[in-house]
Design a protein around this ligand. Structure first.
Ligand code: FAD
Length: 426
């Protein structure tokens, strides 16, 4: 049975009703850009959301699992709840996980984190990316302050004195007080605004997809550190887990060329058969892993959010969580500027957003680097270090509690939307 849901009405280049000066134009309607457009629209800003492809919001319960999945933290759950998106996610499909189990190929150490230890109902939710995006777009369809434009080709970005102008390839000029690049890791907005990028190639790829296993995942996310890179099972449905299999870049083609039966055997082996045999595999895809950090998040009348501003190693599942914290912080900053009648594109206003988020994102990027270094099985000293550090971390309850709370809730000060009860509501 399909559930009738709200449909978005689309606009196309050349339509005169898109002329005039928008409060905000958001380029990119992925999870992060769409959430920003919705948050700003609900606060009364006029928003033009530009996306390449239409997003279908229809839901069929028997739909196959998507290969791209995110583990959402409590902060992200709060943001999506405060935006009114969470019921749309629950109505579709999501899975609460209550524990994380980490072990290392080269040492006998195992670490177990559980929600019970910190008095939480769970440690987060695993949700298909497409479901998060659809649930946000369903709410966008109901918000009159947001118009959605498809299929525009951006020729130029002009940052003028008090506004930004997007010039399209047909000559149409779209004007706004604030242009936001939410157009992903290869952001055209970032490039056309001449914002530089600090990059680091991990020389690894991640193969992702959903699998069915012989044994139950016990609502647990399992991560094993191996010679080639980490391997993870994220709990999804009954005996269904999403996998993230990290491999050196040169093994990408090999991994994608395996037959279903060979792939299932390799995954069983990589996971040390912790969930028994892998008995079914769905569509899988591979992503190259690169750390990127934009040199600036803002210029006058311009801001970058989400993967357009930063990408990190996905082993701790933080990418979209950081992007959602970006947009929640930007919404706070813009709401406050508007309340004080300050232009929302002013550099000093936008700098508050940059100062708030850039340092935090850099800390998470660097800690992932530290993890990557520590768990690379390339020297005996590191193996010894791990064999001392991991049992210690497992035994020290306050350390474990602190780690769980940081990962689940994010660092203070949290933006308003990321808090449990949003004071002002929307
Ligand atoms: C293997 C892997 C596993 C991951 N696991 C997790 C996880 O467990 N938890 C987590 O938090 N993160 C995870 N991430 C990271 C997460 O997927 C990204 O951080 C997230 O998708 C970024 O969202 P975004 O909206 O910023 O960008 P994107 O998802 O890239 O969206 C960008 C949007 O912009 C649109 N667009 C691009 N150019 C234009 C244009 N010129 N005009 C109009 N529209 C345009 C695109 O169509 C797209 O819809 C993972 C990443 C990988 C690679």
């Amino acid at each position: 049975m399909s559930t009738p849901l709200n449909k978005v009405s689309y606009h196309f280049p050349g339509q005169a009703e898109l002329d005039g000066v928008w409060d905000v134009i958001v380029v990119g309607g992925g999870m992060v850009g769409a959430a920003l457009a919705l948050g700003l629209g609900l606060r009364g800003f006029s928003v033009l959301l530009m996306e390449r492809e239409a997003v279908q919001t229809d839901w069929q319960p028997d739909r196959a699992y998507e290969p791209r999945v995110s583990a959402l933290t409590r902060a992200s759950e709060n943001i999506l709840k405060n935006l009114g998106v969470w019921p749309g996610i629950e109505q579709r499909r999501c899975h609460a996980f209550t524990a994380m189990h980490i072990w290392d190929e080269a040492t006998p150490t195992e670490i177990h984190f559980s929600a019970e230890e910190v008095g939480e109902p769970n440690l987060g939710y695993t949700v298909e990316n497409r479901i998060i995006q659809e649930a946000i777009w369903e709410q966008i369809a109901q918000c009159d302050a947001i118009k959605v434009m498809l299929a525009a080709q951006i020729e130029r970005v002009e940052l003028q004195h008090e506004q930004a102008c997007l010039v399209l390839d047909d000559g149409q000029q779209l004007k706004t007080q604030l242009l936001v690049g939410a157009d992903g890791a290869r952001s055209q907005i970032r490039q056309k605004a001449f914002i530089g990028l600090d990059t680091h190639d991990y020389e690894q790829c991640a193969v992702v997809g959903c699998v069915k296993t012989e044994l139950s995942h016990q609502d647990t996310c399992w991560q094993r550190y191996r010679q080639d890179g980490p391997f993870a099972f994220l709990a999804m449905g009954e005996n269904i887990s999403s996998i993230a299999w990290y491999l050196p870049s040169e093994k990408r083609e090999w991994a994608l060329s395996l037959s279903d039966a060979e792939f299932a055997r390799e995954i069983t082996h990589a996971s040390e058969a912790r969930l028994g045999q892998v008995i079914e595999v769905a569509q899988r895809v591979a992503f190259p892993l690169v750390r990127q950090h934009a040199e600036h998040y803002v210029k006058p009348n311009l801001a970058l959010v989400g993967d357009a501003a930063h990408t990190i190693h996905p082993q701790a599942g933080q990418g979209v969580n950081l992007g959602l914290l970006d947009i929640a912080a930007l919404i706070d900053v813009l709401t406050e500027a508007q309340a004080h009648s300050r232009p929302i594109g002013q550099w000093s206003v936008l700098r508050r957003y940059e100062r708030w988020r850039r340092g935090d994102n850099a800390i998470v990027q660097r800690s992932m680097e530290g993890f990557d270094w520590l768990f690379k099985q390339d020297n005996a000293l590191k193996t010894r270090l791990r064999s001392h550090l991991l049992p210690l971390a497992n035994r020290l309850e306050p350390v474990k509690r602190w780690l769980i709370e940081q990962a689940l809730r994010g660092r203070e000060p949290l933006p308003e939307l990321a808090r449990e009860v949003c004071r002002k509501g929307l």
